[in-house]
Design a protein around this ligand. Structure first.
Ligand code: T46
Length: 394
């Protein structure tokens, strides 16, 4: 849709002007028909007053019900409905005007009704034609433009990643607003309403969600994209090692305080927290992958190796300090090895416990990960998962 909205508010105004021209033309057409059929003289002073009233009512209804913003969306049936609703409101208000004013008392209701019927046909046809002309005039940009939604922890990485796949990030939206108006010269939307408005009015080809679980995408934004027929892609990583913010006092006897913040450090909703204690050295646990569960692992005491396997490559991350965290997205086989007795493993998880969401058979995992990679895109040196949000939800 937005290909036709690339002209932003200018296009909005051009549609408003088009509406008014259609309205005036319809009015004169209906009046000529009425006078011609009845062969009567007509008070044109009254007529002009009614035309002016119609224009004022039309503009007021347009703004009050955001009619243009609605009708500028793709879906034809929706536009037909929105236009009908708009005309219905105008007709009711004008009816009141005719009923309450002296000018209106002597004015023919038939002319008004006919004018609105003409107007409906004219604006539906006129808008389609104007859209067609605008889309023909549109100059395609060299690099597609994108709005990137992510957390402040992953914003720099996300911008880089999109550059790698030849996308120009024009706007940013961070899950938790950090009161920054821009990052690296890219404006940051302050809330979802602003994002929806950007999607609606600005030159955006795609919306990208970087490093977040799809559940973090607000419904409002999801619906706005859907309505604007804007593709909505998730680009995520398999895992990320993060530094957990840790505060130390000058006096070491006070120890250290580490913290994690939802929507800033944790890119998924937290539904479950669990921890593994009373362990002995060389304990091996895990041997499974998750289909849905996103996790953040950290070891507040001791040393634990996390061996990760994406079906092709294996890597080991050692959690050896409380300030080290490991974000795991679904689709990774893991094995945990306790390197020190008594080491504690803490996990923040995005899902409630559900045994059916685990893959505990390695052969099944290999088959699953192969399927998963089929929806991946080659980006930079490693493969990054990029999925349409509809695929994720399905
Ligand atoms: C993971 C690693 C890091 C529950 O009933 N509820 C729970 O929330 C959990 C986590 C487990 N359980 C039951 C299921 C098993 O009967 O506890 C038993 C042991 O679980 P599991 O063999 O899955 O434990 P680990 O150490 O292999 O894996 C656990 C988590 O299950 C897993 O999600 O990523 O820790």
């Amino acid at each position: 849709m937005h290909t036709e909205l690339r002209y932003g508010r200018i296009k909005y105004l051009s549609f408003l002007l088009l509406d008014l021209v259609c309205l005036v033309l319809s009015n004169f057409a209906s009046l000529s028909l009425y006078i011609g059929s009845k062969d009567i003289s007509y008070n044109f002073i009254d007529h002009y007053s009614v035309v002016i009233a119609m224009i004022v009512i039309d503009v007021a209804v347009t703004f009050a019900f955001s009619t243009l913003r609605r009708v500028l969306r793709w879906r034809k049936r929706r536009e037909i409905y929105e236009s009908a609703r708009h005309i219905f409101f105008c007709f009711i208000i004008l009816g009141l005007f005719l009923f309450l004013t002296k000018t209106g008392a002597g004015y023919s209701r038939a002319v008004v009704l006919l004018a609105y019927i003409f107007d409906y046909v004219l604006i539906c046809g006129g808008r389609t034609a104007w859209r067609f002309i605008l889309s023909r005039c549109r100059k395609k940009p060299d690099t597609p433009t994108a709005l990137l939604m992510t957390t402040d922890r992953f914003v720099d990485e996300g911008i880089e990643r999109l550059k790698e796949i030849n996308l120009d990030v024009q706007y940013l939206f961070l899950l938790k607003n950090i009161n920054k108006k821009e990052i690296e010269g890219i404006p940051v939307a302050k809330d979802v309403e602003e994002v929806a408005s950007i999607i609606c009015w600005k030159e955006i080809d795609k919306v990208y969600i970087y490093g977040l679980d799809h559940q973090m995408v607000p419904d409002y934004l999801r619906n706005a994209c859907k309505e604007m027929k804007l593709s909505f892609d998730l680009v995520d990583f398999n895992y990320r090692v993060i530094d957990i913010t840790t505060i130390r006092n000058n006096d070491p006897k006070y120890g250290a305080l580490s913290f994690l913040e939802s929507k800033r450090d944790i890119p998924f909703p937290i539904r479950r927290v669990y921890w593994i204690t009373e362990t002995e050295a060389d304990l091996h646990r895990g041997f499974h992958a998750h289909k849905l569960n996103c996790q953040l692992l950290y070891c507040p005491y001791g040393v634990i190796d996390i061996i990760l396997d994406d079906g092709v490559n294996k890597t080991t991350v050692t959690l050896d300090r409380p300030s080290k965290g490991l974000i795991l997205m679904p689709g990774l086989w893991r094995e945990m090895v306790w390197r020190q007795s008594g080491s504690v493993l803490c996990v923040l998880a995005s899902e409630y416990y559900d045994a059916s969401e685990y893959i505990r058979d390695y052969d099944k995992f290999i088959a699953y990960s192969k399927k998963y990679r089929e929806v991946s895109v080659k980006s930079g040196e490693e493969k990054k998962r990029s999925r349409k949000i509809e695929e994720v939800i399905a």
